[in-house]
Design a protein around this ligand. Structure first.
Ligand SMILES: [Zn+2]
Length: 248
C-alpha cells in the first residue's frame, strides 16, 4: 500500500485497545480523516507528545485496502499549540475550533482552505491571547467556505433589507430575521450595521485584522450569531459552545 506524506492538525484522539490511539486529523492534502497510531499510548511511544490535540504535524500514513482507517507510520511535530492552552479561555476557544472542524468538515474531502484557516486561527489565538476575533474569523470563513453564510444585510424570511433595524435570531436560525418575522420574544438581537463591520474585518488575513486596531465593538455578539448558524447546520449541540458561553 502506498505511503502518503501530509501535513495535518490533530483534532482529537481517542484510545483504541490497550496501547493504540485513533487520531482524528485535518490534513492539508487529503482533508479530514482518521488514522490508527499503533503503540501511541505506551509510555515510551515513538510519538511522544506529537499527537496532542491541536499539534501541527507532518505525518506519514498508509492507506489500507478495504479499511476505513489509515495507519500512521510516523509523525513529526511542526508546531505545538499546547502551551497557549494554559489560559483557560484560549483552551476552550481552541477546543471549539477542533470540535467544529471535526463535525463540520466532511471526511476525506480535500479542503486546503479549511486547513489554512484552522492553522491561521490557532496561530492568531496563540499570538494574541485574544479569543473573540479569532473565533469570529473562524466562524465567518467556515460558513462562507461551506456555502452557509447568509445574506447579512436582509431578513432571511421575507428578504427585506434590514438597514438601520436590528436583526433577530434564535435556536435553529439560518440567518437574521426582521422585527416582523422574528419567531420568539426570546430571540437574540444583533445591532444594525454590526455584521458589516465584522465581515469587513474578516476580508484580509487574521494577522492583519488583529494587528490593525483593538477589537471592534460587537465582535462577541457576531461570533455568537455565527455559532448559532453553525449549530443549526450541524443539527446537533456543540459541547464546547456551552463552555464558550460561560467563559468567553
Ligand atoms: Zn422579515
Amino acid at each position: 500500500m502506498p505511503l502518503r506524506e501530509t501535513e495535518a492538525i490533530v483534532l482529537r484522539s481517542y484510545r483504541l485497545g490497550e496501547a493504540d490511539k485513533i487520531v482524528s486529523l485535518l490534513t492539508r492534502q487529503s482533508g479530514r480523516l482518521r488514522a490508527v497510531a499503533a503503540g501511541a499510548r505506551r509510555p515510551k511511544s515513538r510519538y511522544g507528545g506529537t499527537l496532542e490535540p491541536l499539534s501541527y504535524v507532518r505525518l506519514w500514513l498508509f492507506e489500507r485496502e478495504n479499511r476505513e482507517l489509515l495507519r500512521m507510520n510516523s509523525a513529526e511535530l511542526l508546531e505545538s499549540f499546547f502551551d497557549m492552552q494554559k489560559d483557560y479561555r484560549v483552551q476552550v476557544a481552541a477546543q471549539y475550533v477542533a470540535e467544529v472542524s471535526e463535525r463540520f468538515l466532511p471526511e476525506r474531502e480535500v479542503n486546503e482552505r479549511a486547513f489554512r484557516l484552522l492553522l491561521a486561527v490557532l496561530r492568531g489565538l496563540k499570538r494574541s491571547g485574544e479569543v473573540n476575533r479569532p473565533l469570529a474569523y473562524f466562524n465567518y470563513w467556515l460558513l462562507r467556505l461551506g456555502g452557509f453564510l447568509p445574506d447579512l444585510a436582509s431578513c432571511a424570511a421575507c428578504g427585506r433589507a434590514l438597514g438601520n433595524e436590528p436583526g433577530y435570531y434564535g435556536a435553529g436560525s439560518e440567518g437574521l430575521s426582521c422585527a416582523a418575522c422574528r419567531r420568539s420574544p426570546a430571540d437574540q438581537t444583533v445591532a444594525p450595521g454590526l455584521l458589516a463591520v465584522i465581515a469587513s474585518g474578516c476580508q484580509g488575513t487574521l494577522d492583519r485584522w488583529l494587528a490593525a486596531e483593538k477589537a471592534p465593538a460587537g465582535v462577541r455578539e457576531t461570533r455568537r450569531f455565527f455559532e448559532e448558524l453553525i449549530e443549526s447546520h450541524l443539527e446537533r449541540k456543540l459541547v464546547t459552545r456551552q463552555l464558550l458561553a460561560e467563559e468567553v
